[in-house]
Write a protein that binds this ligand. Structure first.
Ligand code: NAD
Ligand code: MG
Length: 328
């Protein structure tokens, strides 16, 4: 494992170059503000009249069309949604200078060949391991969210150093920057969000809630137990792993955890996780997602609607409305 820190950075490889940040959402805003505070010349590229143009302008940035933003840039960061990136690349590719660096925060489009970059470009990845607001907040506090770094194409013979200088500009070297490949970052990121973080955890919560409600317990009690209290446990896991979680829950909770947990999440779940991973590795998931996006997201919207209308959401909304401290 190779972890890069501030003393590994060669800032001169990016000094004086203009950085174009395409997109001003979760990551785009955080990267742009951190880079500017680190002394870089940053310009924002956005579709004219898009929702975030005003925001970027209010934050004091020069906002241009994507084509104009990239035309003088030495590094271009693609921070629009993954499904919008290949169309955006096609729009701007002829406006990119020669021998510059294009940068991604997630490897999807390069790994699954949705974008085939020009041969004279560096193609690099700086993937912060946290949401954009945290990337900004940690930077302001003198800390930094750790990042992953990878190089898919090295046209300048400096691609890795240039990516590292960018990571340094967003605060990543304060937390540490870890070498990976586009393939490893993309596949582990998709697996994590599908099997564990977004998919696995939310299914576990919804099924736990449903089991209690079906057995006749009050939905409000079930909500507190299966949804609300997740945060307490996740915070302990985040701060100190399984050991800290065990230290802070009761003896009875610990005995229940150790003996009953493996009854719920068992070998069957393990097999299903392997199937999910296989679909990620062989491109099945990526193909499905791209064609769903291209056909206007019918299934995605249907499933989203179902989630929002479910009982746990109705009960939760009501209860959270009474907890004023949750409002922000
Ligand atoms: P986002 O959804 O917050 O980005 C929105 C921005 O993109 C806005 O400025 C919007 O105007 C613009 N945009 C939206 N649709 C567009 C379109 N069709 N064409 C052009 N511009 C469009 O994006 P994000 O969540 O910051 O993700 C950006 C990249 O960062 C992605 O590659 C994502 O995988 C990666 N990433 C995100 C996170 C995260 O926490 N959100 C974490 C790590 C990596
Ligand atoms: Mg992810």
């Amino acid at each position: 494992m190779k972890l890069y820190v501030e003393s590994d950075v060669k800032p001169e490889v990016l000094t004086g170059e203009r950085i174009a940040v395409l997109g001003y959402g979760s990551q785009g805003r955080a990267h742009a503000m951190n880079l500017r505070d680190s002394g870089f010349d940053v310009v924002i590229g956005l579709r004219p009249g898009g929702a975030t143009s005003a925001k970027a302008q209010n934050d004091g940035f020069e906002v241009l069309s994507p084509k104009d933003a990239v035309s003088n840039a030495g590094l271009v960061a693609f921070l629009v949604p993954d499904m919008a990136q290949s169309k955006l690349y096609d729009e701007i590719k002829d406006s990119l200078k020669k021998d510059i660096t294009i940068l991604f925060a997630h490897g999807f489009n390069i790994h699954y060949k949705q974008i085939s970059p020009r041969g004279d470009l560096d193609v690099v990845l700086i993937a912060p391991k946290g949401p954009g607001d945290l990337v900004r907040r940690q930077y302001e506090e003198g800390r930094g969210v750790p990042c992953l770094i990878a190089v898919a194409q090295d046209a300048t013979n400096n691609a890795h150093s240039r990516a590292l200088a960018y990571a340094h500009g967003i605060g990543g070297t304060r937390g540490g920057v870890l070498d990976t490949s586009f393939g490893e970052e993309t596949e582990t990121d998709l697996f994590g969000e599908q099997a564990v973080l977004c998919g696995g955890l939310s299914e576990l919560i919804v099924r736990g809630f449903g089991t209690l409600v079906e057995a006749g317990y009050q939905p409000e009690v079930a909500y507190f137990e299966c949804m609300h209290e997740v945060k307490l446990i996740v915070d302990l896991l985040h701060e100190g792993g399984l050991a800290k979680m065990h230290e802070f829950v009761s003896e009875t909770a610990k005995y229940g955890d150790l003996t009953q947990g493996p009854r719920v999440v068992d070998d069957h779940t393990g097999e299903k996780m392997k199937e999910v991973l296989k679909d990620i590795q062989d491109g099945t998931f990526a193909n499905n997602w791209v064609s769903e996006y291209e056909s206007g997201l019918p299934e995605y919207n249907r499933l989203l609607e179902e989630d929002i209308k479910s009982k746990i959401e109705i009960v939760g909304k009501e209860l959270r409305g009474r907890m004023s401290w949750l409002k922000n």
